[in-house]
Design a protein around this ligand. Structure first.
Ligand code: MG
Length: 252
């Protein structure tokens, strides 16, 4: 018994010594914030297209992308517009709305390529960034395993969707997003955090979830909180030819 106590004591002293010699935690890696299990339950959504109501701002009507959107530098978007939709052209970068928004209801329809290329995060990846900071992930999550907090409908690396309501690649899908922007304390921290509700193909997948901070690929969101006002919507170029149509927004 004494031997066990003594060896535990020795281990404690050695580990305390090791900690004292290091200058802080090891650098984080992307996989450190990936959560894979348990896998999100699959449900099959119904098919119900939604037209813009009378008080909505139409952000994309299937024809004129440049009316309401620019590329990341303020120029004409490089994405391809044809057959009533806009499609990511790899390497042309994100696009953003000319208008900025605070609290809103957003309707956006998207489609990942019918031809399956890649896996996990490399298949049909795009995203809707709310106020340029908070990503609702777009991904082909139909029979495509990835970390649960990075699949379609996740608030990337912060909240996994309640269920997986994904349609097959090549089929149009819908997000209806209700967003309440954060309010800030004088020191730049959140007084109230961003709050997001998401319906995916009419199925509730995020129910008034609170964000911890801006979306981060690596590391802890709280560390990157900066006070901000209204912001653009941003659609991501993640090198996959994801298409968009029928985008409208209602300011709240
Ligand atoms: Mg993405």
């Amino acid at each position: 018994m004494h031997k066990i106590v003594i060896s535990l004591l020795v281990m404690f002293i050695i580990s305390a010594g090791v900690n004292a010699q290091t200058e802080g935690p090891a650098p984080m890696k992307p996989e450190m914030t990936e959560i894979w299990d348990p896998e999100v339950t699959v449900v099959t959504p119904g098919a119900t297209p939604v037209n813009a109501p009378s008080d909505a701002i139409v952000l994309f009507d299937g024809v004129n992308l440049e009316n309401e959107w620019t590329d990341s530098k303020g120029g004409v978007p490089g994405w391809k517009v044809e057959n009533g939709c806009a499609t990511v052209v790899k390497g042309t970068g994100t696009i953003k709305t000319k208008r900025v928004f605070q609290d809103f209801q957003l309707h956006i329809e998207w489609r990942t390529p019918e031809e399956i290329v890649g896996e996990s995060q490399g298949r049909g990846n795009s995203g809707v960034f709310l106020q340029e900071r908070y990503e609702v992930q777009i991904l082909d999550s139909y029979n495509n395993r990835t970390y649960r907090n990075g699949q379609a409908g996740s608030l990337y690396k912060q909240h996994a969707p309640l269920v997986n309501a994904s349609k097959k690649p090549g089929e149009w899908q819908v997000y209806d997003i209700i967003y309440t922007a954060p309010r800030f304390n004088k020191d730049g921290t959140y007084f109230t955090p961003p709050v997001v509700t998401v319906l995916h193909n009419g199925v509730l997948i995020q129910n008034s979830v609170k964000l911890r901070g801006p979306t981060e690929f690596i590391g802890i969101p709280e560390y990157s909180i900066e006070e901000h006002g209204p912001g653009s919507l941003v659609l991501q170029d993640h090198s996959n030819p994801v298409s968009f149509r029928n985008i409208w927004i209602r300011e709240l």
